[in-house]
Design a protein around this ligand. Structure first.
Ligand code: SAM
Length: 227
């Protein structure tokens, strides 16, 4: 039943105008509503959002709570949630449609491929929200040098990159990676955000954040820029 439910969501999602999917990681092709192939690299604003607003990515977005939360706070920006899990994207895209949030879209791809779908300087901010820490497999962590080099290819000058995680190991690992790079400046480094006051952006809570808070975990946050 659960599987059937999932297949129905996947079928329905193919008609969504706010979801773009890559079905074959060997080919950088995106499929939008009604199976239409669309080349969005460098063209997200022109072909999808139809404005010139700054583009913000949420990597490992799951159900896209950050994209939706920020989209409500900042109607003058465009938000794209990126994840590989179809059922989670279906949830986020359905919520965005129901809430008439035209400044939110979703990109279903492996984040290993994300640089294939954005042009130079196309993105002005990145959030990485509670990514799997992959403690046993460093290469899959979304803050390795390899991933950072990919993000660097498509962010604009001064773009903020932000990691929010409950994983102390991933937080410490990321601090080390960032400290080892000459092209990065850390702007905020907070090992326990709820110890003090949080601003309206940091106050947004995702599905996983709520779970971690219920388990009594601390939430960490790092904000950095490429220089
Ligand atoms: C722990 S969940 C967090 C989801 C959401 N941000 C939240 O806080 O509720 C991690 C998400 O990262 C996605 N993910 C992890 N590695 C990925 C990768 N390499 N490419 C695409 N998605 C990935 C998973 O599919 C999952 O939805």
């Amino acid at each position: 039943m659960a599987r059937l439910n999932k297949l129905m969501k996947f079928a329905e999602m193919r008609s969504f105008s706010n979801v773009f999917q890559n079905f074959d990681p060997r080919e950088p092709k995106l499929i939008g509503a009604n199976n239409r192939e669309i080349d969005l690299k460098g063209n997200w604003n022109k072909l999808h959002f139809h404005n010139n607003n700054p583009i913000v990515l949420e990597l490992a977005c799951g159900r896209g709570e950050y994209s939706l939360g920020l989209a409500k706070l900042y109607p003058g920006k465009n938000f794209i949630g990126v994840d590989i899990k179809g059922a989670r994207i279906w949830r986020g895209a359905t919520n965005a449609k129901e809430e008439n949030l035209h400044n939110v879209a979703f990109l279903r791809t492996r984040i290993e491929q994300v640089d294939l779908f954005f042009g130079p300087e196309e993105v002005s901010e990145i959030w990485i929200t509670f990514p799997d820490p992959f403690l046993g497999k460093e290469s899959r962590r979304l803050t390795t040098n390899k991933f950072l080099d990919k993000y660097k290819q498509f962010v604009s000058k001064g773009a903020l990159l932000q990691l929010k995680t409950d994983s102390i190991d991933l937080y410490e690992y990321t601090r080390e990676v960032l400290a080892s790079r000459k092209d990065v400046q850390i702007l905020v480094d907070n090992a326990d955000i709820y110890k003090g006051e949080v601003n309206e952006q940091l106050a947004i809570k995702t599905y996983y954040e709520r779970k971690h808070l219920a388990e009594g975990k601390k939430i960490t946050y790092i904000q950095f820029v490429f220089i």
